[in-house]
Design a protein around this ligand. Structure first.
Ligand code: MIC
Length: 645
């Protein structure tokens, strides 16, 4: 049978299940990626599993999120992660080396391999012809322990690219065009596979930009073929031997289909506060800005800094504008310096930060109240920048730098400057030194746990009947940034569940924590609209609410990774069979799921009783038998332990 690239990657790693859309499949995982904000929990989970060394071909831990060292917490976590890498056999990327996704692509990415990462932007490695999936930390810990990854077989959507990108339009505009067409949930249950003649004008790093933000479409992942552009990339990184060709078979079919003519694209921008609110830049041009920000995993390449450097050459940015430059990696910083490009940025007024995620995750560089910030980052969910009333727009480096100069949102085609096309030199500086290889002998190594690292909470099995109050009823597209915020204040507690749980739902309801604590023993419900839990893979958005007594979420629909995280921690995700029933439940209603253990074992449909209103609603679950058992025993860790005994 003729196969597309996604099907080739899946069939070559399939260890269980049938490749039928919607069916549960299990895949062998070759590599894992963890970053510090999720990695501390992964290492605690791996420790709890009692496995002595990672069983993958390669596992790498990056320190890129929690870089501000305002007190002992983040540096303690860095040392803990270093000790865990030494003990368990992972590569350790030192703080300041840069953002996990581009680093992983440069140093370890290999066509034909599978990768799972505890970060939702892991699909960026699809740029190299890998099958790369974001997942909750537990999923990654299990993969590190040699277990396959379970997921529902997605549909494969082929997007044929034709034409050639015009001047001032770049890869970011391609993914913004996809978001304009499909919004933040249009990719749910799908792998997006790009192909066609238009690929010729996209380098491997350009493809990273598109694959990275496929996550914002809600897609399971994004894949590109491994062709000559990938070969060129790996050769430049000194890894020509890792290249293998991986192309779709001639005439291979796709479940769904679309086409983009790159020649017809124009500069696009996502307006506040959703990556799906995309309009042409010209429609919002003229508004004053406070900040222009370049960098992050969504525009990580050398060209993403080089083009702005060439645009500002001999110019000054507007005196109202904070022009923030967040280098993606130390290697890119070194190359910018070597090519004389860093000096151009600095002289023009850039504020140059260390290599890492920084403001993308609210670790510094928060914008002024209500003022416009133009960013090349992947997300603009409300308040994620660190400023509650923020106005963050997502755009290409070309659009960001144009606004930096004029002080207003500006269509970069209006700049009176020839478009500086940048060709990356073949001979770049490579920095491999900040990645520390695994120790060959490690049984004597101790884990170094500072006082901020608290043990994993233990959870009980599901009671026969779940009953409790609805503590929160929320609308559509609630992101994990709203459920479990990040930012400089909260992120340092990622390895301390009792502390971080104080911030659960804080952007939506400042009293949730108190109310949940008051009902903790009994447990409670959350009711939600469509696409509940979109965004990040942070399992803390399930783990911390579970710690506070959340037992079930009833939603119109769920985002994939968050749904899995709920199941992993024994929270029951249910959907309304009659969408209108969502309107009938309000905060503080008393709900019950009677005899729920038997009910979910026996049927995909169960009854939800609203004791306050005296009503009953049909609700449904899509758990596999394996997942039913997981929820009943109180989550993935309990199940793992049970199966070991
Ligand atoms: C994000 O961009 O939201 C993050 C921070 O990278 C997260 C991971 C996290 O919350 O630690 C993600 O995308 O998974």
């Amino acid at each position: 049978m003729k196969q597309n690239v996604a099907q080739k990657l899946i069939s070559s790693h399939l260890v269980d299940g049938q490749m039928e859309p919607g069916a549960e499949i299990a895949l062998k995982i070759d590599q894992t990626l963890t970053q510090d904000a999720t990695g501390t929990m992964v290492m605690l989970e791996f420790e709890a599993m009692g496995v002595s060394r990672v069983q993958t071909e390669l596992s790498a831990q990056y320190v890129d999120h929690n870089l501000i060292q305002a007190d002992y917490r983040n540096p303690d976590d860095h040392l803990f992660l270093r000790s865990a890498c030494r003990k368990f056999g992972l590569w350790y990327s030192r703080p300041g080396n840069g953002v996990s996704h581009p680093l992983h692509m440069e140093r370890f990415g290999a066509p034909g391999k599978t990768l799972v990462g505890s970060d939702s932007h892991t699909p960026a490695a699809g740029s190299l012809g890998m099958l790369a999936l974001g997942a909750g930390g537990l999923e990654v810990a299990l993969a590190m322990a040699g277990n396959p990854l379970h997921l529902k077989m997605p549909l494969v959507m082929g997007v044929r690219l034709t034409g050639k990108l015009p001047a001032w339009v770049s890869a970011k505009d391609v993914i913004l065009e996809m978001l304009r067409r499909y919004d933040v949930d249009g990719g749910v249950g799908k792998i997006i596979e790009y192909y066609g003649p238009g690929l010729e004008c996209l380098t491997a790093m350009d493809r990273h930009v598109i694959a990275n933000m496929g996550t914002e479409l809600g897609a399971t992942t994004t894949v590109f073929p491994s062709d000559t552009a990938v070969r060129r990339f790996l050769r430049r990184q000194g890894r020509a031997e890792d290249w293998v060709e991986l192309l779709a078979d001639e005439g291979a079919a796709y479940d769904l289909h679309d086409e983009i003519n790159l020649s017809e694209l124009e500069p696009l921008i996502a307006t506040p506060s959703s990556p799906g609110n995309v309009v042409p830049v010209r429609e919002v041009a003229g508004n004053d800005i406070y900040q222009a920000y370049i960098g992050s995993s969504a525009n990580p390449g050398l060209r993403d800094f080089a083009v702005p450097a060439l645009v500002v050459d001999g110019r000054q940015v507007h005196d109202r504008v904070s022009f923030d430059v967040n280098p993606t990696s130390r290697q890119i910083l070194e190359n910018l310096a070597q090519l004389g490009l860093l000096a151009k940025l600095i002289h023009a007024g850039a504020r140059v930060h260390q290599a890492g995620c920084n403001g993308c995750i609210g670790m510094g560089q928060a914008p002024a109240t209500g003022r416009i910030s133009l960013r090349t980052v992947p997300r603009n969910f409300p308040g994620r920048s660190g400023t509650p009333e923020d106005a963050v727009y997502l755009c290409s480096p070309e659009t960001a730098v144009a606004a930096a100069i004029t002080g207003k949102i500006t269509d970069p085609r209006e700049l009176d400057i020839p478009y500086p096309r940048f060709e990356e030199p073949d001979d770049i500086i490579l920095n491999r030194e900040m990645l520390v290889p695994p120790e060959p002998e490690s049984h004597h190594i101790e884990l170094q746990k500072g006082p901020n690292i608290k043990p994993l909470p233990q959870f009980q099995a599901m009671p026969d009947t779940i009953a409790g109050k609805v503590l929160l009823a929320v609308g559509d597209d609630v992101s994990t940034d709203e459920i479990m915020p990040a930012g400089a204040k909260v992120l340092p507690y990622r390895s301390n569940i009792p502390e971080i749980s104080k911030f659960v739902f804080a952007p939506i309801d400042g009293r949730y924590y108190e109310r949940a604590m008051a009902n903790r023993e009994q447990g409670h419900f959350v009711v939600a609209g469509e696409n509940y839990g979109q965004g990040s893979s942070r399992e803390h958005a399930a783990l911390a609410p579970r710690y506070l007594g959340l037992r079930a979420v009833i939603a119109k629909s769920f985002a994939r990774i968050h749904w899995q995280n709920l199941v992993n921690f024994g929270i029951l995700p249910l959907t309304f069979v009659i969408p209108g029933d969502y309107e009938r439940i309000v905060e503080n209603d008393e709900l019950a799921l009677p005899s729920i253990c038997d009910a979910i074992r026996q049927s995909k449909r169960v009854e939800l009783v609203n004791r306050t209103k005296g009503e009953t609603y049909p609700v449904a679950h899509t758990l596999s038998d394996r997942q039913v058992e997981m929820v009943l025993v109180g989550g993935q860790i309990n199940l793992f332990r049970k199966r070991q005994h």
